[in-house]
Write a protein that binds this ligand. Sequence first.
Ligand code: FNR
Length: 379
Amino acid sequence: MELDYRYPAISDLKSRARRRVPCYIWEYLDSANGTESAKTRAEAALDAVQLSPDILLGYVTAELSTEFLGHTYQAPFGIAPVGMSGAFWPDAEALLARTAVETQIPYCLSTVSATTPEDVAPHLGQQGWFQLYPSGDTEIRQDMLARVKAAGFHTLVLTVDVPALSWREREKRVQLKNPMALTPSIILQSALRPVWAFGQVQQPALRPRIFDKYADPSGTSGHDKHIGQTLRVVPDWEYLDILRREWDGSLIVKGVLDAAPVPRLIEAGADAIWVSNHGGRQFEAAPAPLDVLPAIRDAAGLDYPLICDGGVRSGTDVLRMMARGADFVMLGRAFHYGLAAAGAAGAAHVVRLLSQQMVLDMAQLGIARPSEAHTRLPA
Ligand code: FNR
């Protein structure tokens, strides 16, 4: 495969992505909160996990396909929700959904996507998860859930680690505002990436499209205000109960870093817990997801489905997370480095890279299934 030689690692896609998109788009994708130590800690924690190779087993055939929450995926990893994927490549959400269908992995669409669930629906197959930033308006919430269901998303992910907006210094330095304003600096940065800019002018302006239906008809500024009011209610336990009653598919709670609430989450009907520090984007003092994963596994029990993300940049990292207690691993930036570097081909290349690395590593470890990785943790 030609791309194996051009981009043999996720870091090669990352370098290409950085050169292809304007500075402010790059900073949006790559940056984290404050000093970014939560992001670097997540990567360092993965790097520190050692797995012992096994010997004299002859050929062991690696099988990556994994059953998770009633669905069979071709590998134990998927595409984490990333707001405004359309900023990296035109029509990105549909491209990512198609990549997920072709490679049989899950794709989690963010609430704050540049396209609607209805627009993604024709490309989604059985791969659709939907990430919810909860709305404070009951009617809007119920309508959103009905739309998401009708569009074919079978799994709902409630993100609980955004109690406030995050201070991302790198975004501020490049004048990236929320909502985005077309300042001279932003226009200049865009003009310096003409190929990217050409792609962007072919598609509708970037904004969280799911809310268009509920927009205040009194003009654009009214629209932004209305979105601000309906988005971002901070969910509480009661909200989780309501959601559990209103959503009859699988429900995942994303953004857990502590074992203490785990029994209550399970009791409240969460079908899986997603251990995550939001890619280090919310709170620089947050622990590395990998470091808290074993305690959360202990609290949840051996058979309870756990997802983990944060800092995963290779198939080896996927195995490391699974060795420490994850049943499934999600990746945000890695897929978006691929997308921003080379569109759908780049995202598909990430799937191939991760899968190939896992198969090669599993031969070293002498394991047939990724879920056996924990047996190779050094004593
Ligand atoms: C995110 N993430 C995120 N999470 C979520 O629940 N809803 C969202 O809209 C977003 N948006 C978003 C944008 C960008 C640019 C990034 C990088 C991340 C967090 C994401 O789902 C995931 O938890 C992290 O990306 C995992 O860390 P890695 O894989 O990026 O290291």
